[in-house]
Every structure is written in C-alpha cells, then in structure tokens.
Design a protein around this ligand. Structure first.
Ligand SMILES: [Zn+2]
Length: 266
C-alpha cells in the first residue's frame, strides 16, 4: 500500500483548485495517484530533477564549509557556473581570492568569453582571469551599491548552464524528452481508462537549468521567449493534460489538450 506523499498532496490541491474537481488518493497498489470523485479524471504526479546538479550543489556546500578564504572582499559578488563543472568542492577557495584581486584592480564584472580573449592576448588582468576561467566561472558581478553593508562580504555562487535554454519552447522540448524516459507514467494513466488523463510534473531547484529556467523565480523577466510555450507538447497519447509547476516559485503551465494556460497563483 503506497502512502500519499507531500508533493502529491500539493499537486492534488493545485489540480483541484484549477479544475474545481475533487480528487481522492488512489495509488494503493501501483495505479495512478489520484482519481476524481466524478469518475472522469486520473492524475499521475511525477518529478523531473537532476542528481548531477544536486551533486554540484553539495560540492559547493563543501567548499563553503572547508578551509579559509584568502583575502577580504569589499563587496559581495554573484557568480554563475555550469552545474557540470568539475572541482566545485574547492570552488570558493580559488574564486574568492581571484575576485579580491579583480576588485583591487577596479573591476566590477567578469565575462568568461571576453576574459579568454584577454588571456590569449596576454592582457594585464590575465593572472587574475586564469583561475576564474579554470574554476568555470561564466560571469561574475559585484553587487551594486552594496559595499557599505556591514557584514563579511562573500561570493554568492549559483549553478546554471551555458545559456543553452533559448526559451520556453526549447525548455518544453527538453522536458518532454525527459518525460519520455519515464514510461510508467503513461502506462498508469492509460490503465485508468478514464477520459481525462493528467500528468502533473514537478520541477525544482535541482532540475536542469535549461528546463527549469522559464518557471524559475531566479529567471529573467517574463519576456524574451520565456512566456507560455507556443507549441503543443510532444506527449504520449496516454497523457491528455500536462501540468508543469516549479516547486519553489509555484509558477506553472497547464496544457489542457488544446492550449497552454498560465497557472500563476494570486
Ligand atoms: Zn555583502
């Protein structure tokens, strides 16, 4: 007998509220997670996440707690690094001192492409740029109007990926590819034999950045191709409705079989 999980209950509430239906936990022995009391809807809850990204996060945590960091920053710095980068366990140990030097050189930004050219041309900042390039920093920026804050300024790393997500349509393609590997979801929905077969997909902070970006609250504003997808999702025929919701931001999309809807709450 399968117990109802917390994220399943939360998905249930979102679907119930959006559709005005009542769902009951049904997955007692491996069937779909929920069936509606009116006998018309089956709901299966799943998650697309990425252990590799979680490993990167854990490695960064380790870097935060091990060893001292050389030098003192005059302001906080944000950095972005691919989640696949090697050596994240010592990321701060190499990046922090390099940013201290960059700051002393009067710089407030770092961009890996420009830096790479600078190093090839043996520019004056080459020795500072090199460890940042090796550590996989794609961009770094000093937080503006922040130096006066009375705390120990620090590097605030985030794990992204090389800007491969060009918009919501691309993210949707990657998402449906990932769903294609989870064959038990459509199998359970099909076995329900019901008319409306909903697949509810949770994304979270460990989901690949190029999939999660349109729905992440850390994402760029709601334009530049990051609105609703413009094409239908490539789904197994057993799935008639697709819900995609980010666990942290609660931003989400619903494909109702005909069109995309924005699920933003409030
Ligand atoms: Zn600070």
């Amino acid at each position: 007998m399968n117990k109802e999980r917390r994220d399943e209950r939360q998905a249930k509430k979102i679907v119930e509220r959006a559709l005005g239906i009542h769902l009951e936990h049904a997955d007692k022995e491996g069937g779909v997670d929920y069936l509606s009391t009116d006998g018309r809807h089956a709901v299966e809850v799943t998650r697309i996440t990425d252990g590799r990204k979680r490993a990167g996060r854990d490695a960064l945590d380790e870097s935060r707690t091990t060893g001292t960091l050389e030098g003192e920053l005059q302001t906080c710095w944000l950095t972005i690094t691919p989640d696949t980068q090697h050596g994240l366990k010592t990321f701060l140990q190499s990046v922090h001192p390099a940013l201290v030097k960059l700051e002393s050189a009067g710089e407030t930004h770092f961009d890996n492409q420009r830096a790479a050219v600078h190093v090839i041309q043996k520019g004056p900042l080459s020795d500072i740029y090199r460890p940042l390039l090796v550590a996989g920093v794609e961009r770094a920026s000093a937080v503006p109007d922040h130096a006066h804050r009375r705390h120990t300024h620090q590097v605030i790393p985030s794990l992204g990926s090389g800007g491969t997500s060009s918009g919501s349509d691309k993210a949707l393609t990657l998402l449906t590819e990932a769903l294609g590997k989870k064959e038990d979801n459509p199998r359970k929905l099909k076995a329900s034999g019901l008319q409306n077969r909903h697949l509810f997909v949770w994304l979270d902070d460990d989901t690949r950045f190029d999939i999660v970006r349109p729905l992440s609250s850390e994402a760029p504003p709601w334009h530049d191709g990051f609105g609703l997808p413009s094409t239908p999702p490539a789904l197994d025929p057993a799935v008639t409705q697709l819900w995609v919701v980010h666990e942290g931001s609660r931003l989400g999309w619903l494909w109702d079989g005909q069109t995309w809807r924005d699920l933003r709450e409030g």
